[in-house]
Design a protein around this ligand. Structure first.
Ligand SMILES: NC(=O)C1=CN([C@@H]2O[C@H](COP(=O)(O)OP(=O)(O)OC[C@H]3O[C@@H](n4cnc5c(N)ncnc54)[C@H](O)[C@@H]3O)[C@@H](O)[C@H]2O)[C@@H](O)CC1
Ligand SMILES: [K+]
Length: 463
């Protein structure tokens, strides 16, 4: 798990004020992190196009150009000249080392985008849009300095942005790089240390980035155990019972001892699942909402939901008035996708946001909910799901586009339900369920368009 920051300005200032590391030293390290990646990947003599803006992001680019001079074929393009004092200083050094500015954009082996970083303050003008579009058309290896130019502090392209293969972000990971709308732009993201280790550079943060090493599958350690030791998950199956069946199969695969589908009608269920018209008395957790439809009256739901059990709630229940009471309970995980989240916020009279508005500020939208219901765990689905409780936010960047398929959300609900039933606390169950889901999607040995829910269920057994 790594810290994420909305802004690193405070961290940079700690460097100047406490560690006595001035901007110049930080910038030299920032530039060297880019130089280092170029040297690691390309032989001397390779052609490098560096596009540098007027501020300190540009300064990083100019310093990198100077570091490469003499060894690589360096082309530095500065459409707006140098404006910040550090950028001007770097340009003087570049000239002093014999560097010259290029008049125009040129094809190259490597492109470094150092046009705008954290200082991007308004939508890109036509010239910047044109430059970035041209850069995106080049067949080069593309490195973004700090943040792909055009991505704002909330992770939105304004309206175009550099499409990087690699983003080298300075000092610490930024939240904006892990928002859904930035996912197609950032490429691989690595952090450059700026002259001190991240342990010293970073301070505590409420925002965390999940990593593969955070996954802890529910491995069994007790030898003297029976099925009851591992919990009993009940899933309410509704109109589209396939959704609950997929969730149930995923739950069974993820370690829960017993799984029961609760239905009002008799349905055919796979032989490994149990089936009942009542909530089994020894139920340890509940999953409800997926494929529920309109089959149940409020009284039916009351019968299933009256017990104070840990529960994961999905899909159709976000549209039901029942949710107004569920969010007041303890040990609840909600797993809406952005459209369902919009419905949930409206249903709870918290906000009226469109899907686009939610996606443009996912953290802000999630906060509306977590401030009102700080006990409830929210898992806002998306390309990079956000798991939030109170003031804590976790982002899972590990999922792949293979998961964009009907049924994959039901698998996630099943995984979280399985962990709740096995005694994980709701936040841990949501984090671990999300990690298992995402990591499994990477392990399915198929083309990314071909993943089926059953593939995920298979792989979940081999994490
Ligand atoms: N502060 C520090 O100690 C460090 C800063 N670093 C770099 O500095 C960057 C931040 O530098 P700045 O704060 O100077 O900001 P930027 O360099 O990101 O951008 C600011 C400049 O761009 C112009 N600008 C902003 N939006 C524009 C738009 N839409 N169209 C045209 N021009 C626009 C501003 O007028 C200003 O001249 C970071 O992203 C990072 O790359 C690194 O060198 C590491 C150390
Ligand atoms: K940039």
């Amino acid at each position: 798990m790594r810290n994420l920051y909305e802004s690193v300005t405070k961290l940079d200032h700690r460097c100047y004020d406490i560690y006595q590391l001035p901007e110049d030293i930080l910038m030299e390290h920032a530039a060297y992190a880019i130089t280092d990646q170029i040297k690691e990947r390309f032989e001397p003599g390779a052609k490098v196009l560096i596009v540098a803006g007027p501020g300190n992001n540009g300064g990083d680019g100019v310093a990198c150009a100077r570091q490469l001079l003499g060894e690589y074929d360096v082309h530095l393009f500065m459409p707006y000249g140098a404006k910040s004092s550090m950028c001007k200083l770097q340009l003087e050094r570049f000239y002093a080392c014999g560097g010259e500015l290029s008049e125009n954009l040129t094809d190259a082996d490597i492109v470094v985008d150092a046009l705008f970083g954290s200082g991007l303050s308004e939508p890109l003008n036509e010239e910047s849009q044109h430059i970035i579009t041209r850069l995106n058309e080049l067949q080069s290896f593309k490195i973004a300095c700090d943040i792909p130019s055009g991505i704002d502090s909330k992770g939105n392209p304004l309206p175009v942005a550099f499409v990087a293969d690699l983003t080298i972000t300075m000092g610490a990971m930024k939240l904006s790089l892990f928002m859904d709308l930035a996912k197609d732009y950032v490429g691989k993201v690595i952090v450059a240390d700026l002259g001190i280790s991240s342990k010293l550079y970073e301070s505590e943060s409420d925002y965390k980035l999940l990593e593969e090493s955070d996954l802890k599958p529910p491995y069994r350690t007790r030898f003297n155990s029976n099925k009851g030791t591992y919990g009993h998950l009940a899933l309410i199956a509704g109109e589209k019972e396939g959704a609950a069946i997929m969730a149930a199969l995923a739950a069974l695969r993820y370690g829960v001892g017993l799984v029961t589908l609760v239905t009002c009608e008799k349905i055919q269920v796979p032989y490994e699942l149990m089936h009942s018209s009542h909530l089994p008395p020894k139920t340890t957790a509940l999953a409800a909402g997926m494929g529920l439809g309109m089959e149940y009256s409020d009284e039916d739901l009351e019968e299933f939901l009256h017990k104070d059990l840990p529960m994961v709630i999905d899909a159709d229940l976000f549209y039901s008035s029942k949710i107004q009471e569920i969010v007041k309970r303890e040990k609840v995980v909600l797993t809406p996708h952005p459209k369902e989240f919009g419905a949930l916020l409206r249903n709870l009279n918290l906000a009226d946001l469109s899907v686009e508005e939610i996606q443009r500020d996912r953290i802000g939208a999630a906060k509306i909910f977590t401030k009102a219901y700080p006990e409830v765990v929210l898992l806002l689905k998306g390309a990079n799901p956000i798991i939030a409780q109170g003031e804590q936010f976790f982002i899972n960047p590990l999922g792949t586009n293979a998961l964009a398929k009907g049924g994959s959300g039901d698998i996630l609900t099943g995984l979280i339900g399985a962990l709740l039933a096995q005694g994980y606390d709701p936040l841990e169950a949501a984090i671990q369920g999300s990690l298992a889901h995402a990591i499994a999607s990477r392990k399915v040995d198929k083309a990314n368009y071909a993943l089926a829910p059953s593939d995920l269920i298979e792989v979940i057994g081999k994490l």
